[in-house]
Design a protein around this ligand. Structure first.
Ligand code: HAM
Length: 429
């Protein structure tokens, strides 16, 4: 067994190696194209923000704020956190940069790393990547449907199958307090049968008991009153219209009354897109989001209607691999440049550059000296042509072109080789 390396990635964090970069690139390209089409502008916010942005924005009683933030004090005494999510930073930027004065809605998207001190397990990391889309400044339910549609389109364009859109509404400050009371009175006599986490949630945030994964809590909640039956008129109408727009857009969805999401800033619509196994078992959530009409009020005392979502990139990559969806790699080079002798090696460096300028991909092994070793590498890489620059050729200003399949060789002038290869490759480079 290989000896353990002295230094390793921190727990729950991972390198993104070249073989996965092509998936990340493919996802980035699809998101960028769709975001452009729907007129979302790209935003990059800092990796670090004031810790209070998240404790206030996401909510003190959430798992993220209670257990999962990487927070530290700087030398200057500021308390900063590695960002655990992107919505609060986007709202911070919107308020700070006066985007309220722009034509609304302001539509923004992002793609980058996020950090949560979670217990690492399959699909759950301490550093993970998300892309997100946020539309700020529009109360209309059509925005809710459009955000869901965009995420669905992105996953479909990536050729993912077995997707399930789950949707629910959690009301607003008009109707939710009443519903919470109802829920609490339902739970009052059942509190002792809940799991330890839910007994705590009973006091701090009873809504979260709805999505507890423990069987005994689920059994209790299956009889509990549901938010959809206790919405105020405004929330009821909003939800109804959101679903009508989704019907119109032909996005299949499933009403999940137990979906509440783990961040406190949501109002009205909440949604997730989950991957299912072919026999309908839920595998994991690829996308999560919802409306957050109160977040700008909490962070900057401004009324800004907003809706958005974010997707976990590692989870999408895993789903693509599982569903045998390949990412497109850059085409493999078709030419190998081999050199023999010091002088030839010197000339090879310059020749290699000429191929780059002509936009012809080519590979080499300048560190190897023997022709045999270089040709073995060329064969391994599966190139069509080998260019061999030996001592004699260098002195004569020529180079050998070898067809790697037939073994046939011809000699051409060195200053003609780029043009010659272009001709031989035709449009196939
Ligand atoms: P979230 O549900 O916490 O929402 O995260 C969104 C997605 O990020 C999840 O569905 C999952 O795919 C991925 N994700 C979350 N945590 C991890 C982790 N530890 N490891 C790997 N992947 C993970 C938000 O972050 C909200 N900001 C979404 C939003 C945007 N709501 C409105 N606008």
């Amino acid at each position: 067994m290989a000896k353990r390396a002295k230094f390793q990635t921190p727990t729950g964090m991972h390198d993104i190696l070249p073989e996965d970069q092509s998936y990340f690139r493919r996802i980035y390209e699809v998101v960028e194209k769709i975001a452009d089409f729907y007129s979302f502008g790209k935003i990059d916010t800092p990796i670090l923000e004031q810790a209070e942005l998240f404790s206030k924005g996401i909510g003190l009683d959430t798992d993220i704020v209670q257990k999962e933030m990487f927070t530290f004090r700087t030398k200057g005494g500021d308390i900063l956190s590695l960002r655990p999510e992107g919505t609060a930073p986007v709202v911070r930027a919107y308020l700070e940069k006066g985007m309220l004065n722009l034509p609304q809605p302001v539509k923004l998207w992002y793609f980058g790393p996020f950090f949560r001190y979670e217990k690492p397990q399959a699909g759950r990391f301490r550093q993970f990547w998300q892309f997100g889309l946020e539309a700020l400044g529009d109360p209309s339910p059509v925005v809710d449907a459009q955000i869901i549609q965009i995420f669905y389109n992105i996953l479909s364009d990536l050729k993912l199958k077995n997707l399930l859109v789950e949707i629910n509404t959690i009301g607003d400050s008009q109707c939710r307090p009443y519903y919470k009371k109802l829920l609490k009175s339902y739970l009052h006599s059942r509190e002792r049968s809940l799991c330890a986490d839910c007994r705590r949630r009973y006091k701090t945030n009873p809504l979260r008991i709805l999505d507890c994964k423990q069987e005994k809590c689920q059994r209790i909640m299956s009889q509990a009153p549901q938010m959809v039956d206790h919405l105020c008129d405004n929330c009821h109408q909003h939800f109804k219209e959101t679903l009508e727009f989704l019907d119109e857009a032909e996005i299949p969805y499933y009403l999940n009354p137990y979906l509440v999401r783990g961040l406190d800033y949501y109002t009205k619509t909440v949604f997730e897109i989950v991957e299912q196994s072919p026999d309908g078992e839920k595998l994991g959530s690829l996308v999560g989001g919802g409306r957050y009409d109160n977040l700008a009020k909490i962070l900057g005392n401004k009324n800004v209607f907003a809706m958005g979502g974010a997707a976990g990139i590692e989870r999408i990559v895993a789903a693509m691999k599982e569903q045998k969806i390949t990412s497109h790699q850059s085409p493999a080079p078709k030419i190998f440049l081999a050199q023999i002798g010091k002088l030839a090696k010197r000339k090879s460096l310059k020749l290699f550059e000429e191929f780059r300028k002509a936009n012809i991909s080519i590979t080499e092994s300048f560190g190897r000296d023997s022709l045999r070793a270089q040709m073995a590498k060329a064969n391994k890489q599966g190139v069509n042509y080998g260019l061999i620059l030996g001592q004699k050729e260098t002195l004569e200003g020529t180079i050998i072109i070898r067809d790697m399949n037939t073994g046939k060789q011809k000699i051409v002038k060195l200053d003609r080789v780029v043009a010659e290869m272009k001709k031989m490759l035709g449009g196939s480079n």
